[in-house]
Design a protein around this ligand. Structure first.
Ligand SMILES: Nc1ncnc2c1ncn2[C@@H]1O[C@H](COP(=O)(O)OP(=O)(O)OP(=O)(O)O)[C@@H](O)[C@H]1O
Length: 293
């Protein structure tokens, strides 16, 4: 009997489950969420190659440890610091992109409500929507290449600086004129902020996505690249085919028609809905009464 009790005390007692509290469950869910996103990020970027390389190094290290290959182990330990620094330098664009995506993450941002004040205002007018759609399809008809970036919450100042400042109201005529062949402003991209065309001839970052079709050149790659680096909507008119594509969040939607583009623009327009107006008015009314009393 004593032996059995000893066995339970020594080997089984420690198997008892610790008390799990609500905070523990929240912690587990948060860690699982983070690990899932890290795995997805690793699979979608060059970091996957890095992980494969690390696995090979780990196997080599295990073999060296088992066989007591002291010189190899010494080299391994001495190279760790240099290796970590090298990885950070080589994968700097991926780390940067991951942090930018974290900032844009639709799951996280609503929790902090950082964009609330911007959301209340209409981003651009119906005239701007009509101007962009008309110019896009007029340019497409004549197979005139164009790259139009529409800024949303994330400022595009970094790219705007690479171009020539225009700061004019958006109109279809102005857009068509800018992209006219053999004119000084036709190269590069235009950036639209609210109802104004901020700049033309802007240089955008090219995507390094390996899955982008090989028949697409640098105009399309630049359109996708800027949509990866920010939450903007990019309209691309192909000079070769006259087809219109849009890029959002690093995804290219090819060969869209006028209605599709108009709906996409209306979706990001932030036009105040009747109900929302009433809500704001009600709230304002309430604050006035509070002040009086
Ligand atoms: N990094 C960039 N930023 C902004 N615009 C760019 C960039 N790279 C290229 N462009 C624009 O794209 C034009 C070249 O387009 P290219 O023919 O390589 O692209 P494409 O995707 O095949 O488009 P298309 O179907 O119109 O030929 C350049 O003249 C320039 O106006």
């Amino acid at each position: 009997m004593e032996t059995i009790i000893n066995f339970f005390e020594n080997y089984v007692a420690w198997l008892s489950f610790p008390r799990i509290q609500v905070t523990d469950i929240i912690e587990i869910l948060m860690i699982a969420f983070a690990i899932y996103h890290v795995i997805v990020w690793v699979k979608q970027t060059r970091a996957w190659m890095l992980v494969k390389g690390l696995i090979v190094l780990l196997i080599l290290w295990l073999i060296a440890s088992i066989l007591n290959l002291n010189v190899i182990l010494w080299i391994f330990f001495k190279s760790i610091n240099v290796g970590i620094t090298a990885v950070i330098i080589v994968f700097q664009p991926e780390f940067r992109k991951a942090l930018e995506q974290l900032g844009q993450n639709n799951l996280v941002m609503p929790l902090f409500n950082l964009n609330e004040s911007k959301d209340k205002n209409e981003r651009f007018s119906d005239q701007t929507v009509a101007g962009i759609v008309k110019a896009t399809f007029d340019l497409a008809k004549t197979k005139t290449g164009a790259l139009i970036v529409i800024e949303k919450e994330i400022p595009l100042n970094e790219f705007e600086k690479t171009g020539i400042a225009i700061d004019s109201l958006v109109s279809s005529q102005l857009l068509i004129n800018i992209f006219e062949h053999n004119t000084p402003l036709h190269d590069g991209a235009v950036i639209i902020r609210n109802n104004r065309l901020a700049a033309a001839t802007c240089y955008l970052p090219l995507t390094d996505n390996l899955h982008v079709s090989k028949d697409l050149g640098t105009r399309h790659r630049a359109g996708i690249g800027v949509s990866e680096a920010s939450d903007c909507l990019t309209v691309i008119v192909s000079e070769e085919t006259g087809k219109v594509s849009i890029a959002i969040g690093g995804t290219l939607i090819r060969n869209v028609d006028g209605d599709y583009l108009r709906n996409k623009l209306i979706a990001i327009q932030n036009k105040p809905v009747e109900g929302n107006n009433k809500k704001v008015k009600l709230w304002k009314g309430r604050t006035k009464i509070t002040k009086k009393s």
